[in-house]
Design a protein around this ligand. Structure first.
Ligand code: SF4
Length: 332
């Protein structure tokens, strides 16, 4: 399995080389907004779900490619699902650190930080980005739909303890879904839960790509900006709004957008290899034609749509409209 992708340009992380641990979804949550689809069978125990030897070989190859690495600011460990469920995570992180001096980030849903082994594994990372979408049990259950036995109190306690033990940067991500976890009482509960934590910044998001459930709707830019301001005022932390294009009068709030970076690997590649790279890109998350064009420089979204047409007709890819955008994804 090819697990390394990018680099993709994210203003919050810079030029990020992604390392996707799992070939298929392994998760202990079944978030209604999930971009990789519903969790067929939730997994609560750590195990060997990845191929650590294969991943190490890919890491060795990419780290030896000085041209590609020159384009990378950070290596980001992620997964179709929850990467900390992989028992080999600590070894993978340490292997990356042996191969490069570039910083390493890990994206996690934050629910496994109750486990001291997970906390120990993550110590090897330079930046950890955990999620906490709700601090009220009913909202947590409605938005993240956790596996049986996963209690919100324990999740918050694990996050709090990790935040004080971890010496690296900690950015907390919150994703709000309209009418599910965006009520005033939800925001107040989040503020109280975050108050004792040592975090460096907050990323405030909403549903921007086709979700697992059609009823998972985005929160308006105005509401997101209001919530960002409330979080900033209560916690004195920078709050990023990656998906709000404009937010006037919010300084020192950050307003950012993610822009995929040109991929040198696509230069001079055969049409077949290019198509394969595009298929792998949309397999990880639904993408618009503009997303694909920004990564591969194919001459504009119209050209991308022409290129994708045979893949749609042959049933390899499918599209789905979400908001005012059309997203391409792998036909599941
Ligand atoms: S959004 Fe992340 S944590 Fe939630 S179900 Fe999907 S992969 Fe799991």
């Amino acid at each position: 399995m090819k697990c390394i992708f990018g680099p993709v340009n994210s203003r919050r992380l810079g030029r990020s080389l992604g390392i996707d641990l799992f070939p298929s979804k392994i998760c202990n949550l079944n978030c209604i907004y999930c971009e990789v689809g519903k969790t067929a069978v939730p997994v609560g125990q750590r195990g060997t779900y990845a191929d650590p030897a294969g991943i190490a070989a890919e890491i060795d190859a990419v780290c030896a490619d000085s041209r590609r690495m020159a384009e990378v600011d950070v290596l980001t460990v992620t997964a179709k699902g929850e990467p900390t469920l992989e028992r080999g995570l600590g070894g993978i992180l340490r292997h990356i650190k042996q191969k490069t001096t570039k910083p390493v980030a890990v994206l996690t849903n934050g629910t496994t930080l109750t486990d001291p082994e997970v906390q120990r594994d993550l110590m090897a990372a330079d930046l950890v980005i955990p999620s906490l979408d709700a601090a009220r049990e009913d909202s947590f259950r409605r938005v993240d739909r956790p596996i049986d036995g996963l209690a919100l109190d324990a999740v918050i306690a694990g996050l709090t303890s990790f935040s004080h033990a971890y010496p690296g940067k900690l950015w907390l991500e919150i994703l709000l879904v309209r009418g599910v976890n965006d009520r005033p009482e939800d925001i107040e509960a989040l503020i109280e839960a975050l108050r004792p934590m040592r975090i460096d910044r907050i990323q405030l998001n909403t549903v921007v790509r086709p979700p697992a459930e059609q009823f998972a709707l985005p929160v308006s830019s105005e509401r997101l900006t209001t919530v960002a301001r409330a979080l900033h005022q209560a916690l004195a932390l920078p709050v990023d709004l990656p998906f709000v294009a404009e937010a006037e009068g919010t300084a020192p709030l950050q307003v950012q957008t993610d822009e995929p970076l040109p991929t040198p690997a696509a230069d001079g590649t055969s049409p077949e290899a290019l198509v394969q790279e595009i298929v792998e890109m949309v397999q990880r998350r639904p993408c618009t034609a503009a997303d694909i064009d920004r990564t591969f420089h194919l001459g504009g979204p119209d050209k991308v749509e022409q290129l994708l047409e045979p893949l749609i007709l042959s049933g390899i890819l499918q599209w789905q409209d979400h908001g005012d955008k059309r997203f391409y994804q792998h036909a599941r």
